[in-house]
Design a binder for this molecule. Structure first.
Ligand code: SAH
Ligand code: SF4
Ligand code: F3S
Length: 489
């Protein structure tokens, strides 16, 4: 098969930050007649890895596919076009993809028309792209995070010319406003408020794979939320790699608190946002959170390390005291806030004392839960070039100590919900038992109750009866002055 390598990634180039202003444009790609007739009666499947940015990108791809008449299947081996939307954040995110791709070998041989595609952050890196190019000849479509809107012409090339196509732009493009999209959920929606990241934390690949920071206009975001509300959506999560830098890239900059307030004023039932970066944090965000009951009392505030020296090496732009001060201000404005975080253990040459500083900060703050990671060197990032003499077993042991502390805190903070009445937006029926349903309460805790699918999309009051580390169990009450027992009698 001939390969048409239209463009290949280059991580060095991707680190460039141009001053040129970002244009807001419309989706350009139109399906050809040949593509539309190919799609008739055929199926697509998308496997999504990584963060919410990828989930949203997969929703765009679903929109493009459904618009030409493809129907979705959950099994990639049965589809005519199967896409792997990949993540590059840690090495294990990448290695698992190779095994998954292997499953497509046989089906692609049985169905010579099959398109096996791979996209997402991993394809923005030279090494994995070349590895796939060499070792997986049946992967015939490779594209990146900046050219989702090219999907139709790329598919066309495979269908009409039987070419293998590789098209990965290193430099971000414009903000495209009206890409088609088919969302995964009916009541909760992710809304991008910005793309890319300019922070360049030394361990992180995202600024290379997602390009420079580009904020969407306030009007476009608010319009999207209003449309979602009109369609019956109950919850939006505003998405950005660091939402506190929202609007800094505008010619007349605005700040995130302004946007957050406007979104809350749409009156949608629930507003969440992620991820916040402690740098760029405006205290006014806390005030806005405290002032609007439809902004959920939850904040994900990545710490990464409790040691100021480590934070400096990570280029995080805050230190231990600034972080602690922020937490104090947050709790002043939103006393019942659910505080969660991300922590990296084993950054190059982290000492025992520096690790202990992370433990002591965690003890001081008390988190509701946390994602903890062992540092994974990402080729092309500054931290991957740093000498690192800490043995892997030491890192693993630290990771386990931290995990134990976090689990202890999560168990304790969950137990405080027992006896309380919470509001749950139900979204999932248990796969194993159709009489069990779950959803999230305002703070973001997962709650399970007895109930059926008629509750999906509804917000109900639930009395919490017991707790586990990462979930709560309860009973629905129609009137919280009566106990659930008398209600069910
Ligand atoms: N933009 C978000 C985080 C996105 S990545 C923020 O700045 O908070 C999610 C988390 O993955 C990070 O917070 C970090 O804890 C972790 N992470 C990122 N790169 C990593 C690496 N190279 N090794 C281990 N963990 C990493
Ligand atoms: Fe990565 Fe830092 Fe940007 Fe988050 S803020 S995406 S950790 S570079
Ligand atoms: Fe992964 Fe890319 Fe998100 S690297 S975490 S999918 S921005």
């Amino acid at each position: 098969m001939k390969t048409d390598a239209k463009s290949l990634p280059n991580l060095k180039e991707a680190a460039n930050r141009t001053k040129s202003p970002i244009q807001i444009t419309s989706a350009k790609s139109k399906p050809s007649d040949a593509l539309k007739s190919w799609a008739k009666g055929r199926k697509y499947c998308i496997y999504t890895y990584g963060c919410q940015a990828n989930v949203r990108d997969s929703e765009y791809l679903r929109g493009y596919f459904e618009n030409i008449g493809l129907t979705e299947t959950e099994e990639g081996t049965e589809a005519d076009i199967t896409i792997f939307n990949t993540c590059a954040i840690r090495e294990n995110a990448e290695t698992k993809i190779y095994g998954e791709l292997g499953r497509m070998k046989q089906p692609s041989q049985n169905n010579p028309d099959m398109i096996v595609g791979i996209c997402g952050c991993m394809m923005q890196e030279e090494k994995p792209l070349n590895f796939i190019r060499e070792h997986f000849p049946y992967v015939n479509l490779i594209f990146g995070t900046h050219n989702i809107d090219d999907i139709y012409p790329l598919m066309n090339e495979i269908i009409e010319r039987k070419n293998r196509v590789i098209s990965v732009k290193s430099i971000e493009g414009d903000v495209i406003e009206d890409m088609p999209s088919k969302r995964f959920e009916k009541y909760k929606a992710f809304v991008n408020i910005m793309y890319g990241c300019d922070k360049f934390c030394t361990y992180c690949i995202v600024p290379y794979t997602r390009g420079k920071q580009r904020s969407r206009k306030v009007e476009d975001i608010v319009k999207e939320v209003e449309e979602l509300k009109a369609k019956g959506y109950k919850e939006v999560t505003l998405l950005g790699q660091n939402v506190n830098a929202y609007g800094k890239d505008f010619e007349s900059p605005i700040t995130f608190d302004v946007l957050l307030e406007k979104v809350a004023q749409t009156g949608i039932d629930r507003v969440r946002f992620m991820t916040s970066h402690p740098f760029d944090f405006q205290e006014r965000v806390f005030e806005v959170m405290g002032n609007y009951s439809n902004i959920m009392p939850a904040l994900h505030l990545p710490l990464q390390s409790g040691s100021s020296e480590m934070l400096k090496k990570m280029n995080r732009r805050y230190d231990r005291n600034i972080y602690l001060d922020l937490v104090q201000k947050l709790r002043k404005h939103v006393p019942d806030v659910n505080l969660t975080t991300d922590i990296i253990v084993g950054f190059p040459n982290e000492t025992e004392e520096q690790f202990e500083e992370t433990l002591s900060l965690v003890r001081e703050v008390v988190y509701d839960s946390a994602f903890t990671f062992i540092f994974s060197p990402r080729p092309g990032t500054p931290a991957a070039r740093m000498k690192d003499e800490t043995p892997a077993e030491v890192k693993k042991a630290r990771f386990l100590r931290l995990k134990e502390l976090i689990d202890e805190q999560a168990t304790y903070t969950a137990s405080k919900f027992v006896g309380q009445i919470v509001e749950v937006l139900f979204d999932t029926v248990s796969k194993k038992d159709k009489t069990k349903i779950s959803g999230y309460e305002r703070h973001g805790r997962l709650v399970h109750v007895d109930g059926d699918e008629s509750l999906i999309g509804q917000i109900k009051k639930v009395k919490i009866t017991s707790s586990r580390t990462y979930s709560l169990m309860g009973e629905i009450i129609d009137d919280w002055r009566r106990s659930s027992k008398s209600w069910s009698n």
